[in-house]
Design a protein around this ligand. Structure first.
Ligand SMILES: [Fe+2]
Ligand SMILES: [Fe+2]
Length: 342
């Protein structure tokens, strides 16, 4: 596999504190320093010592997040050529490109933890890595672009705004920029639905159908219920996650319940209500068996998404090889110049 040139501004992975050659004698002092950083709610940076479990947990979370961003380009890219106007086409193209950018920030953040982009990409195309289950659902009408923007990007915002304060510096900083762009994504989706909902009866029906189909999968984006979420507790203790899955899901339902009124549409759940006692939004049961099936690779589009990713990766091999050859040339040039100057 071609070597990937380290992006500018990122420390090389070998500088990561928990790289295999990090001295074991630092562990006690390193742990004390790490604990102090977490207790102060401050930031852990790539040069700091960190527990191996913290590093592994972050690599898992950030790489899954990165994979979700780039696999998530596919359901919407499906509609670029069929967008109903030039304006809609250019907005959708910009949105899909933003998602590619989010993937890149996140792969770079994960690389600061000592993993490589090649390893992460290999795991994805081999079907060994997870990504958000929502991207395994098909986009069957134009209204799906609206529902995805409003609900899927909306859920991403609810999830990611608290991650701007994640204890790992490179992850939190990547999230700040990602969240700004997600706001634009959500508004463009809402605006698509608003226009359809105020259009012909057929357009309104198409918008309602898209909302009906994307509602439950978007609620599942927050992950399994709290009592079935094995990593959440530790992740909250490390100040990576700030709110539990169920807490974020409840807030998201509240946001949808208010905004759907402006759209003039409805949510496909008659049990949504605000509980005055708990001050939380409640909703009907979700089909967690379906969630597990999709996550296990048996959703409607899992095979198609991975196959597309695999072929795009293979088709892009020449770009990676050209970048690596250029990098080698620059190194040779620098070495020659240094030798001549000596
Ligand atoms: Fe994104
Ligand atoms: Fe987005």
């Amino acid at each position: 596999m071609a070597r990937i040139v380290q992006p500018a501004g990122q420390p090389a992975p070998t500088n990561a504190p928990n790289a295999p050659d990090a001295p074991a004698s630092n562990d006690a002092a390193g742990q004390a320093n790490f604990d102090a950083i977490i207790a102060k709610d401050s930031r852990v940076e790539p040069k700091d010592w960190m527990p191996e479990a913290y590093r592994r947990s972050l690599v898992r979370q950030i790489s899954q997040h990165a994979h979700s961003e780039i696999i998530g380009m596919q359901p919407e890219a499906n509609w670029i050529t069929r967008a109903p106007s030039l304006k809609r086409k250019s907005i959708l193209m910009a949105k899909v490109q933003d998602e590619a950018g989010h993937g890149l920030y996140l792969y770079s953040a994960a690389e600061t933890l000592g993993t490589t982009r090649d390893d992460m990409m290999d795991a994805l195309v081999a079907g060994k890595a997870r990504y958000s289950s929502i991207f395994n659902y098909p986009t069957v009408t134009w209204a799906d672009m609206g529902a995805i923007g409003w609900m899927v990007d909306g859920a991403a915002i609810c999830n990611q705004v608290p991650l701007c304060r994640a204890s790992y510096g490179p992850y939190g900083r990547a999230m700040v920029r990602v969240c700004k762009e997600e706001s634009f994504h959500q508004r463009q989706g809402f605006e698509i639905l608003l226009e359809l909902a105020h259009g012909t009866p057929e357009q309104k029906a198409m918008a309602q159908d898209a909302v009906n189909r994307w509602y439950a999968p978007s609620l599942m984006m927050f992950g399994p219920p709290d009592d079935d979420s094995p990593n959440s507790k530790q992740s909250m203790a490390w100040n990576i996650k700030r709110f539990s899955n169920d807490e974020l899901r409840s807030r998201f339902v509240g946001m949808l319940a208010e905004q759907v009124k402006v759209l003039g549409l409805t949510l496909p759940d008659s049990e949504i209500r605000f509980n005055e006692d708990t001050k939380k939004w409640e909703y009907g049961p979700l089909d967690w068996e379906e969630f597990k099936e999709v996550l296990a690779g048996r959703g409607p589009c899992n095979a198609q998404r991975l196959e597309r990713r695999r072929s795009a990766h293979e088709d892009g091999a020449w770009v990676r090889e050209a970048a690596a050859a250029y990098h080698d040339k620059q190194l040779a040039k620098q070495a020659a110049e240094q030798k001549a100057a000596a």
